[in-house]
Ligand binder design. Structure first.
Ligand code: FMN
Length: 304
């Protein structure tokens, strides 16, 4: 198995970073079902670096909620000042295996603060951010990019070259531009071009909905690993190519109770996602959105 720095993923299929989705229970369940490595939700390093001094380290750890069970794991930060990411990352160097930097987020607040996908328009700025982080941390630093800002300014290969020279240990490529957001089809030709030039592992990402599709993409593009995002939401079984059942939700709930701080809204959202694809999903989801407590959710699932 190819390594990322000195980190050995369990296999070639990773759970992508997913803000608002990847709670500890979900990450652990994806690992149980077969994910080779799991990523956290994106953490805003600028906001967090300021908060740590106010709320203290323990609150930060509680918020991140990274567990031994999910390792090997990566925590992803978005930021534009190395000192913010270094401050947050240093505190968890012994708890996670990889620190990933987000260069693909397209939220207006993030772009407005010159972070995330803003860098795809200004890749020359990446070095200043990444180099000090790589130098300061004892664990591998990786980066996740989009292939460019617009279809007319695709620059995935040069972004990857800059990042490799800055010292990252792997690059994840979501084969879409910032302007495309999630529309259209991911451009795997650029993933292939990046892999052909890169001397470090490349993780391909975009539109993979089953393991076979991932294998096919790795074969065509030569990339070393693939990352699955939307197809995993409500469906960790995507990592074992098995058909999901209602028991998947019950397993999620069990893990959630063990590893996360119980938030009804969060459980309910996952309950709705887990219902997708089950028999009579539409009706079940309509019932689920009306629930007010966990017992009502359990009753609905028991009846399926
Ligand atoms: C709900 C949602 C949340 C996401 N959150 C993040 C995030 O926190 N960090 C990140 O790098 N990408 C994030 N992404 C992008 C995915 O990681 C991935 O790059 C994208 O969805 C394409 O992969 P897919 O076609 O397998 O969904 C998010 C996507 C979705 C749909």
């Amino acid at each position: 198995m190819i390594t990322i720095g000195d980190v050995k993923p369990r296999n070639k299929f990773f759970l992508a970073p997913l803000a608002g989705v990847n709670c500890a229970a979900f990450r652990i369940m994806c690992k149980e079902k077969g994910a080779g490595m799991v990523y956290s939700q994106m953490i805003d390093a600028q906001a967090m670096a300021g908060k740590i001094d106010v709320v203290g380290k323990q609150d930060y750890f509680d918020f991140l909620n990274v567990t031994e069970e999910e390792r090997p794991s990566a925590v992803q930060f978005v930021g534009n000042k190395p000192e913010h990411i270094i401050k947050c990352a240093k505190l968890i160097e012994d708890k996670v295996d990889i620190i990933d930097i987000n260069f693909g987020c397209c939220e207006s607040d993030i772009l407005g603060r010159k972070m995330g996908a803003y860098y795809s328009k200004h890749p020359e700025l990446m070095t200043r951010l990444v180099k000090p982080i790589v130098k300061e941390l004892s664990i591998p630093v990786t980066a996740k990019i989009r292939i460019g800002w617009t279809e007319q300014s695709i620059n995935g290969v040069s972004q990857a070259t800059i990042l490799e020279e800055a010292g990252v240990s792997a690059i994840t490529v979501h084969g879409r531009t910032k302007n495309k957001l999630y529309s259209g089809k991911a451009n795997w030709t650029i993933v292939k071009q990046i892999k052909e030039k890169a001397g470090i592992p490349v993780i391909g990402n975009g539109d993979i909905d089953c393991l076979e599709a991932g294998r096919q993409r790795m074969k065509e593009s030569g990339c070393d690993f693939v990352m699955i995002a939307r197809a995993a939401i409500g469906n960790p079984s995507v990592f074992s190519d098995s058909k999901k059942t209602k028991d998947d939700f019950f397993r999620f709930l069990e893990l959630y109770r063990e590893f996360d701080t119980f938030k009804f809204g969060e459980v309910k959202t996952h309950a709705v996602w887990f219902a997708s694809g089950l028999k009579y999903a539409k009706g079940i989801k309509q019932q689920l959105v009306k629930t007010q407590n966990i017992d009502e959710i359990i009753k609905i699932y028991e009846k399926i």
